[in-house]
Design a protein around this ligand. Structure first.
Ligand SMILES: [Zn+2]
Length: 460
């Protein structure tokens, strides 16, 4: 058995306050709970170790001899004594953090390192809020456990890693998490995406779309070849929409469905999903090329980012496949522009492009503290959107919305068919204006999220 970690020179057992003994054996001080420690090490590293207890004095002397005073301080600061129910503080806190994220309805949890501490923040309704601040030692210990649970290498601190964790809470809750690590200045940053297992199936009827948009999406899901694009910024829900279309297609059966994603966010029974992996040269475009030799009916491209991917996706759509893809642009017009900038022939593109869906997830005013405001706060350039005498609302924040002024979110959509090489009129701004009038949307959120300053859209 090898005891050392070749990566950062810091052996793994140091984090547990144990030392190598003779042969396969490890040593631990008499005041530690050897059984709990053995279980924890099995939990984290997946290895059974043989622990021998020696007197505290002997252990301290041996520790100092090998690692010196500084490491000994490290060990004494680390508190992994078992709590009342026999679980170490590390395991308990790790569980509490994951349970807390699920209970808060968070979409993500972020670990951000400072010099001596890690700040844990949750993203709820699109906004980050701090939830915990942990001392460095404890933060490290929990990070190691999270990585081990996600089957990542716990001792690899220098390369980004990506994994998945199925978690079961003590109170019977469960959730799936996607875990990605990133080495940063003061420590390893971790981003945890909460994957909601209680959303067993994506359904078009659950997307709260206006009837005309839902009808358009269903017509795409009914089949037929061509390209369908969902656009919008990160977190606007475009992937969820495409998953709902895939689910409809899977439901109908009789279609071969292939997806290429970075990474695979939800496992869809009935589709063959491939994750992009740059380390082994598995890019969007190489996977797409391989797809064309697998006789698919439907292809889902997680995101079109480069010219090669755009070109293969177009070729697939031109040869009769239904290609669903997301594009990170603010408007449908910009999606067309982006694709031609990536090298696609505009006439070819328009000949197989069926429709573009543009969407936003807007934070809505807290109904408990919103109040009407006058128009002086509206910038001159945005005045075209506000009729004289039309009230606008903003929310100052109260206890119900945790002083944010926002409570909940509202999705708006613009579904544009491509007819005779033209996009039908956009309606995203109309939808936003409607929400302004009813007081659900603040001017700040309207200006922040909607493409009001694009010249193309002023005609609406
Ligand atoms: Zn409020």
């Amino acid at each position: 058995m090898h005891h050392g970690s070749p990566v950062d020179g810091r052996p793994w057992y140091l984090d547990h306050g144990i030392l190598p003994g003779d042969g396969e054996e490890f040593l631990v001080a008499a005041d530690r709970d050897a059984l709990a420690l053995t279980q924890e090490i099995f939990c984290i590293h997946g290895r059974h170790i043989c622990l021998r207890q020696i007197s505290q004095k002997d252990f301290a002397a041996r520790w100092d001899k090998i690692y010196g005073q500084r490491s000994c301080e490290h060990r004494s600061r680390r508190d992994d004594r078992p709590t009342a129910n026999g679980v170490s503080q590390t395991i308990q806190l790790c569980n509490d953090l994951l349970a807390g994220a699920v209970a808060a309805g968070a979409s993500d949890m972020h670990w951000e390192w400072e010099r001596d501490a890690v700040v844990v923040r949750l993203r709820v309704d699109g906004e980050l809020r701090p939830t915990a601040r942990l001392p460095k030692e404890l933060g490290n210990a929990i990070a190691i456990r999270l990585k081990a649970l996600a089957q990542l290498s716990p001792t690899e601190h220098f390369r980004p890693q990506d994994g998945r964790l199925c978690w079961q809470g003590a109170a019977g809750q469960s959730a799936d998490f996607r875990i990605a690590t990133l080495p940063t200045r003061w420590g390893e940053s971790i981003a945890i995406r909460v994957l909601d297992r209680n959303r067993p199936f994506f359904r078009v009827e659950n997307l709260a779309m206006p009837p005309s948009v839902e009808d358009g999406v269903r017509r795409i899901a009914a089949g037929g070849g061509g390209l369908f694009l969902a656009t919008g910024p990160t977190g606007s829900g475009k992937t969820t929409t495409l998953y709902a279309i895939l689910a409809e297609l899977i439901c109908r059966g009789q279609k071969k469905i292939l997806t290429v994603e970075d990474p695979v966010e939800y496992v869809m029974e009935g589709a063959l999903q491939v994750a992009v992996d740059l380390a082994v040269g598995r890019t969007f475009s190489t996977v797409l090329r391989a797809f064309l030799r697998h006789d698919p009916d439907v292809i889902f491209v997680g995101e079109i980012r480069d010219g090669e991917t755009a070109e293969v996706a177009l070729r697939a759509a031109l040869t009769g496949h239904l290609v669903l893809a997301t594009l990170h642009t603010a408007t449908a017009e910009e999606a067309l522009l982006r694709l031609t900038e990536l090298g696609l022939d505009q006439n070819l593109l328009l000949s197989c492009l069926r429709a573009i869906l543009c969407q936003r997830l807007l934070r809505t005013n807290c109904p408990h503290c919103r109040e009407p405001m006058d128009h002086t706060a509206v910038p001159d350039s945005a005045r075209a959107f506000f009729q004289k005498g039309q009230p606008t609302w903003h929310a100052m924040g109260c206890s119900r919305c945790e002083k944010k002024g926002y409570l909940g979110r509202h999705a708006i959509f613009s579904f544009q068919w491509v007819e005779d090489g033209q996009l039908s009129a956009p309606s995203l701004l109309e939808e936003g204006r409607l929400l302004l009038e009813t007081g659900q949307l603040s001017i700040v959120e309207f200006l922040r999220q909607l493409p009001w300053d694009r010249p193309n859209n002023l005609a609406t």
